[in-house]
Design a protein around this ligand. Structure first.
Ligand code: NAG
Ligand code: NAG
Ligand code: NAG
Ligand code: NAG
Ligand code: NAG
Ligand code: NAG
Ligand code: NAG
Ligand code: NAG
Ligand code: NAG
Ligand code: NAG
Ligand code: NAG
Ligand code: NAG
Ligand code: CU
Length: 556
């Protein structure tokens, strides 16, 4: 590779997303407003490069990715690489005011990160305001060249992004909710790759149609970019073989219906083993509580070669919206592959044993429509966003007045979390973090509460994967429940659904120094304050310390 000419050819070719074979990938994301037509509406939305969904990035394990993001819109922006561990490199993580100040209108920033030891389906999305509704796309990390999948190589792969569409402006929806104190308007439809699908009255040329050949196996890389809704996903007449979640391999299993929460990714294999025809793909909401939800299912099609243009579609009904058993069945079927090549490295001991209640409360609010404002909390703390980035404050030892590290590891008031709610539904406010020493081990029991109503919360941790060692309904019992923990092959994820009126227990090793956001991936709950952050100290020497910040890091 001595010739500079060859080098420059490779660099140029790396700028095209379809070309995988280079170890450094350069992309440019122009954040622009574009008019798009969906769901019978044409409206201006914020996009990357005018595309909706945004471009898919195809890379390989251990590759380096450089994305220059240029902000041409009126909003501040930042991009999160969801599920990328960003070892020692929080500067490229992306949540605004947590790891970076936003990229302001007219400015740009280069996200520079390496996919060390990671392969699978991840995605990227805006991490400020509600912009991720339209600013998102897939990040497909193939295994290293020559390394096979630990399951039969599919004949073809497709990215399938589930989303939510509002006919009105999404930022107006969020603003309206914040000023009234009431929940935001629900979306108008769900979408697959941004289209409502062939069963909707707005069916169009972009609908998701997977043309298949009899006998072949296909892999769907399913991503949920939905803002506030968790979605069931199934295909008429076809089993799904789940092989990977959140870019970690699982023991393959067959199931009819999966649940995809905002933030999660799931790879499934589908074998075209039916007589030629058309088969409905359907994604429909899951809600086993009283919270209003957009009940419009979205659809796609599997279309066999040899099926007639006129042939009927084999339909399948969406599951009942409140079918908790389907969620439980899917969640409890997931086990790490735990092979020699891909071992399950769940911590067997715990340095920090934490219990975090997660839920929604109500605060008094004189200026709000009903005299109250919806808030959300972890351990009764509604997180207040700082006005400068936490990671910078930490790195430069300027934390005073920005954050404190006294986040309570356990609820300050113990009550029956899933029983009669306390009379007082108010929460505390604060920018409080929880401090972890480098390489310490952490267990968090995420306990759903019902101050207002119980609900499932897909909790997402930045900077790490974690292992889900247990889950259950009701209040977590610290004596009995740990006896049932799976410490052999628990599933490894970055986003986990806490069941309605129940709990999940997760474990991780804090081997990534920096400041790492932990929040509900329902945008409405994040907005209401269901979020906090961990500050993980440096270990020994530069290899265990946060990297220096890049020179173009945005300032506040
Ligand atoms: C979108 O369409 C509207 C109405 O036709 C037009 O005024 C506006 O300039 C267009 N915006 C963009 C970014 O193309
Ligand atoms: C990306 O980061 C690497 C490692 O920190 C550094 O060596 C390289 O110069 C950076 N590249 C750019 C274009 O900033
Ligand atoms: C929210 O829904 C209400 C009732 O349908 C409607 O009046 C209002 O305009 C909507 N708000 C936005 C921002 O679309
Ligand atoms: C389905 O496949 C058939 C046969 O290959 C083709 O004629 C038809 O156009 C396809 N239908 C759609 C909706 O793509
Ligand atoms: C689920 O919803 C159906 C229809 O609304 C209702 O009849 C049923 O009681 C609900 N089941 C549970 C467990 O809430
Ligand atoms: C912050 O404080 C630590 C420990 O006191 C020190 O090692 C480090 O150099 C300081 N960082 C900066 C940027 O001043
Ligand atoms: C909490 O409340 C639930 C629902 O009312 C009840 O089933 C449970 O026994 C209560 N738990 C305790 C420890 O009191
Ligand atoms: C809550 O309110 C009810 C009814 O007003 C009252 O009976 C009960 O004692 C209160 N509970 C607490 C813990 O204050
Ligand atoms: C939450 O904090 C508020 C405000 O300090 C307090 O009034 C309330 O009792 C607390 N509730 C719980 C369950 O800790
Ligand atoms: C972290 O702790 C584990 C268990 O004590 C140990 O095996 C490992 O070497 C440590 N890693 C680092 C980087 O210190
Ligand atoms: C740090 O990591 C690099 C690359 O893995 C290695 O070459 C170097 O020896 C390490 N330095 C220390 C002090 O461990
Ligand atoms: C963008 O971010 C900067 C820095 O935090 C802030 O001062 C400014 O008000 C923000 N602009 C908008 C349009 O929100
Ligand atoms: Cu939530």
């Amino acid at each position: 590779m001595g010739s500079p000419w060859i080098k420059s050819i490779i660099l140029v070719s790396c700028m095209f997303s379809a070309l995988v074979e280079c170890s450094v990938h350069n992309y440019k994301f122009d954040v622009v407003v574009a008019n798009v037509t969906r769901n019978c509406w044409t409206k201006p939305i914020v996009t990357v490069n005018g595309q909706f969904p945004g471009p898919t990035l195809y890379v390989r394990e251990d590759d380096t990715v450089l994305v220059q993001v240029v902000n041409h819109v009126k909003y501040n922006i930042s991009i999160h690489w969801h599920g990328v561990k960003q070892l020692r490199n929080g500067w490229a993580d992306g949540p605004s005011y947590i790891t970076q100040c936003p990229i302001q209108p007219g400015q740009s920033y280069v996200y520079n990160f390496t996919l060390t030891g990671q392969r699978g389906t991840l995605w990227w999305h805006a991490h400020i305001l509600w912009l991720r509704a339209t600013v998102h796309g897939a990040l497909v990390i193939l295994p290293k060249l020559g390394v096979p999948y630990p399951y039969p190589t599919p004949y073809k792969e497709e990215v399938l992004i589930l989303g939510e569409w509002w006919n009105s402006d999404v930022e107006a929806v969020a603003d309206e909710a914040l000023s009234s104190g009431a929940p935001p308007n629900i979306s108008d439809t769900h979408t697959i790759n941004s289209y409502p699908g062939p069963l909707s009255r707005c069916s169009s040329a972009g609908d998701f149609i997977l043309n298949v050949e009899t006998g072949k196996t296909y892999m769907l890389r399913i991503i949920s970019a939905a803002l506030n809704d968790q979605l069931f996903f199934k295909i008429a007449g076809h089993q799904l073989t789940v092989v990977e979640v959140d870019a970690t391999y699982v023991k393959p299993f067959n199931i009819e219906t999966i649940l995809v929460s905002p933030g999660q990714t799931i790879n499934v294999l589908v074998t075209a083993n039916k007589p030629p025809g058309k088969f409905l793909i359907i994604a429909s909401p899951f809600m086993d509580s009283v919270v209003p939800v957009d009940d419009v299912a979205t659809s796609g099609l599997i279309n066999y070669s040899g099926s007639l243009a006129t042939s009927q579609i084999s339909l399948t009904a969406p599951p009942p919206q409140n079918k908790t058993e389907l969620f439980t069945k899917f969640a409890t079927s997931l086990k790490s592959l735990n092979s020699q090549t891909y071992p399950c490295l769940v911590p067997s001991t715990v340095d920090h044993s934490l219990l975090f209640t997660v839920g929604v409360g109500l605060d008094a609010c004189a200026n709000c429509d009903n005299g109250v404002r919806f808030v959300a909390d972890i351990n009764n703390i509604t997180f207040e966003m700082p006005t400068t980035a936490l990671l910078q404050a930490h790195y430069f030892n300027k934390t005073q007045g920005v954050f404190s590290d006294d986040f309570p590891g356990n609820p300050l008031i113990v009550f029956n979390y899933t029983g009669t709610p306390p009379n007082n539904t108010e929460t505390m406010k604060g920018t409080r973090l929880y401090r972890l020493a480098y390489n310490s081990t952490v267990q968090i029991v995420l306990q759903g509460t019902q101050y207002v109503a119980p609900e499932t919360h897909p909790m997402h941790l930045h900077g790490f994967n974690f292992f889900e060692v247990g889950r259950g309904f009701g209040d977590y019992e610290s004596k009995q429940d740990p006896l049932k923990f799976n410490l052999v092959d628990p599933v490894e994820r970055n986003t986990i659904g806490v069941p309605t009126g129940g709990w999940t227990a997760i474990r991780f090793r804090a081997d990534n120094p920096g400041v790492w956001f932990f929040h509900c991936h329902l945008e409405v709950h994040t907005t209401w304050g269901l979020k906090m952050a961990f500050v993980v100290g440096n270990g020994n020497g530069p290899n265990e310390s946060v990297l220096p910040p890049p020179s173009d890091l945005p300032t506040c």
